[in-house]
Design a protein around this ligand. Sequence first.
Ligand SMILES: [Zn+2]
Ligand SMILES: [Zn+2]
Length: 170
Amino acid sequence: MQKRGIKKEAGCSWTQVKNRVHSFVAGGGFEFRNSAEYRKMWNELSEAMKKIGYVPGTSVVLHDVNEETKAMWVCGHSERLATIFALINTTSGMPIRITKNLRVCIDCHSWIKVVSRVTGRMIVLRDTNRFHHFKEGVCSCKDYCVFLRILLCLVSALSCPSCVEGHANE
Ligand SMILES: [Zn+2]
Ligand SMILES: [Zn+2]
C-alpha cells in the first residue's frame, strides 16, 4: 500500500463481548491470529464455506502479489478479526455486533454474508455508510454499496476514488 502512496486511515473494527469493547486493526491481532482458538474457528468456517461452494475473494488487494499472500491480506481485515473473535467469545445463536471506522470492503462483505449462513448467526455491521444486517447469507443492504461502487468504477475512466478509498485503507 505504501508503494502506491494511498494509505490513509487504518481500518479498525470494534465488537462488544460481555460488556467489554475489543478493537482490531487491519493487519494486526497477530497474537490472536496465532492462537489455537482462532485457527480452530478459521478452519471450521473455511470447511463449512467450502462445502457450500464459497470461493474467497481477493479483489481488494491491488498489488502484484501471489494469490496466497492476497488471501492472507484479506484475512487480516479488521472486520474479519472482530467477527471471528465474537464468534469464539459469544454463545452460539447470539447476534454479533461490529462497528467499523471505514466502509466494509467487497470481499469482507461477501465473506460475512457466508459466515452468517454457515453459522446461523445474525451479524450487524455498522460502517461509515450504513448498517448491514447479515442473516442467512444475505445482507439488508442488498449489496447496494457494492453495485454502486462497481458502477462508479465503470463510469470513471480516469480514476476510481470510491474504490481506491475503500481498498486503500487495509
Ligand atoms: Zn475487507
Ligand atoms: Zn451490506
